[in-house]
Design a protein around this ligand. Sequence first.
Ligand code: SAM
Ligand code: SF4
Length: 327
Amino acid sequence: MLIDNHNRVINYLRLAVTDRCNLRCNYCMPSEGIDFSGSNELLSISELIRTSEMMVREGIDKIRITGGEPFVRKDLPLLLKSLSKNKDLKEISITTNGTLIGRHLPLLKELRIDHINLSMDAIEAETFNKITRRETFATVYENLLRMLDMGFKVKINCIVLDGQNIDQIYPMLELTRNYDVSVRFLEEMPFNGGSRQFDTIRWNYKEILSYISQAYPEYERLPAPATSTAMNYGIPGFKGSFGIIPSFSRTFCGSCNRLRISATGDLITCLYGKPRINIRQLLRDGSDDQSIAGHIRGALHTRSKTGFEEQQRYKGVFDNSMTSIGG
Ligand code: SAM
Ligand code: SF4
């Protein structure tokens, strides 16, 4: 079992498989992109498989595949097939922008990978395409409807962006009237590759909820697991639900159960900190699994209690883009 220096059990791994992406969301990276890693710097599929198997042996039972955009990686199905054979993994999920997932849906169903987080910051093409700086809304929306039709458990991530998509909040909520989908509104974080700096946000979780309550005053709080980052709500009579994730306000750090591995093998114990070790380097230096696991356990003993504490320790973390961290 993996336990950190604050006695928190770590059982959830967010595993990034690439830092590349076919979109250019303006809250994630500059329009020209970032300095993407060379393919030799990324963990290979066999390194990803070895790393995830090792992490599961150490006590991870939930893995989320993320990126960059996971489906730009052509060999991703090999990793998914391998993970799905691991009986000790209780849940495999994927965070995706939904542009390239379409042709993989039958395989995902076959592998029983049915928890999909879809990033969709608008439900109207013009706003969506403006935020993502590409013209893919029709494909993403079609894939959303297909996933719902095929019975995937879909959560939509919508970053609330001042001056960009506030008018989309109510229409996004309307999706939950007829579809069994969870729409989660996230606070914007300053991980955008240096293109926008801020240390306060207007649309924090309280403002988002207050805005929602003006149109849907009858909303009700729903229970959520202790380690959940989302506060969940339902609107009576609606098939789906909605959530608010205080990713910038960080009200949930105390019960953090997660660890991140970036596409280049950096072990990240907190979004707001710097990587502790590089697993790719250890793997390529010939370290065995036991010794790498020892390094990981050691890194877990240097965790800050909260993201605010971690941010104080490591300056310059906001130069990063979320595409390199994995979200
Ligand atoms: N490309 C995939 C996607 O967009 O779903 C996976 C990677 S993306 C980095 C993971 C998540 O991070 C997405 O839900 C995205 O909206 C979110 N994200 C990216 N930049 C963010 C930021 N600056 N603040 C808050 N969330 C952000
Ligand atoms: Fe790509 Fe996801 Fe970042 Fe958008 S949020 S640019 S889809 S990695």
